[in-house]
Design a protein around this ligand. Structure first.
Ligand code: PEP
Ligand code: MN
Length: 336
């Protein structure tokens, strides 16, 4: 639980509260909040009889039901939406941003078709795996550093920021010119990798793990932020459930829930979330209505010959159609 103190509380009174919490068996952590209103994170949650006593301290403004572990990600600590900027685009707050591109970077020719087309339709960032995780056995594993070189070349040529996934700390040196580093679903709880990314000074796109709870996702974000990186975008990309029609079960309830809980931008990836190109448009519309700050969509100029996950890729005209549909929904989207 978090105790929100009144703005400009006197130091002596704060110490009095902290001493009382300590003597009552609670671990208390004082953190600066916005508008000179400090926060006290209390662990474990105070017993009912202590809640009344806490309210008797005159510096206490209110109590919030947030976890100590989530002190950096919670809206209690940071009520304003975090906005992350790239050289010519933003995400978060009022900035809806669509990330689009192929599952895997395959060639210069491929990017020469896809990059200008998605930009023209309104995409804010170009995506594409280079160190590809291999979403199923025997799948294409990407062009690796050559793929990053092609992606960065497209960035310069078409003036669009780029995002690609990192699989290992050892590859970090290749990501210098990449605008946003993606941590994929299979790496969300690779804390060795997160440790370095927390220090790397670049924005991170953190995708929810296939078997991870919303709380696990927030804990990974908290871990990155506690190392000094406050430019984190969260991505709901579906979790494993018992359904077999779809590749994953897209948990759209995570969107309003995360938007209420955290100030970080939240995007949705309906391509991996369903694994079916025919579901990408309805799920993009639903994600937008649920309050997502953006989408990540796999777009390929010829999905039947895509080297990876063609079955979930849409073509450039379908992409354009989705952008138009979600733009109509945005004014009615849920806001916390
Ligand atoms: C991807 O975005 O290319 C990808 C592999 O996604 P995920 O990690 O969500 O499976
Ligand atoms: Mn894919």
């Amino acid at each position: 639980m978090i105790i929100v103190l009144k703005p400009n509380s006197q130091r002596a009174q704060v110490t009095e509260l902290l001493n009382w919490l300590d003597a009552s068996g609670y671990e208390a952590l004082l953190v600066p909040g916005d508008n000179n209103a400090s926060l006290v994170s209390v662990d474990p949650d105070p017993k009912a009889m202590d809640l009344d006593l806490i309210h008797t301290f005159r510096i206490v403004d209110r109590l919030e039901d947030a976890k100590m572990d989530h002190i950096k990600t919670t809206r209690v600590h940071h009520p304003e939406d975090t906005v992350i900027g790239f050289f010519n685009t933003k995400i978060g707050g009022d900035n809806f941003c669509v990330i689009a591109g192929p599952s895997s970077i395959e060639s210069k020719e491929q990017l020469n078709i896809i990059a200008p087309a998605i930009k023209q339709s309104g995409a804010g960032l170009l995506r594409g795996s280079t160190f590809q995780p291999g979403e199923s056995d025997g799948e294409y594993l990407g062009l690796k550093e050559e793929g990053i070189r092609l992606l960065v070349e497209a960035r310069e040529q078409f003036e669009i920021p780029v995002v690609t996934e990192i699989l290992s700390v050892d590859h970090l040196r290749y990501y210098e010119d990449v605008d946003l580093i993606q941590v994929g679903a299979r790496s969300m709880d690779n804390y060795e990798l997160l440790k370095e990314l927390g220090l790397c000074g670049k924005p991170i796109l953190l995708k929810r793990g296939i078997h991870s709870t919303i709380n696990d996702l927030l804990e990974s974000a908290e871990f990155l932020m506690s190392r000094g990186n406050d430019q984190i975008i969260l991505c709901e990309r579906g979790v494993e459930a018992f359904e077999t029609y779809t590749k994953n079960t897209l948990d759209l309830a995570a969107v309003p829930l995360l938007k209420k809980t955290t100030h970080l931008p939240v995007i949705v990836d309906p391509s991996h979330g369903t694994g079916l190109s025919g579901l990408v448009k309805p799920m993009s519309m639903a994600a937008t209505a649920a309050g997502a700050d953006g989408l990540m969509l796999e777009v390929h100029h010829k999905s039947d010959i895509a080297l990876a996950t063609g079955e979930e890729s849409i073509n450039v005209s379908a992409f354009d159609n989705i952008i138009t549909a979600v733009a109509m929904i945005q004014p009615f989207a849920y806001k916390p």
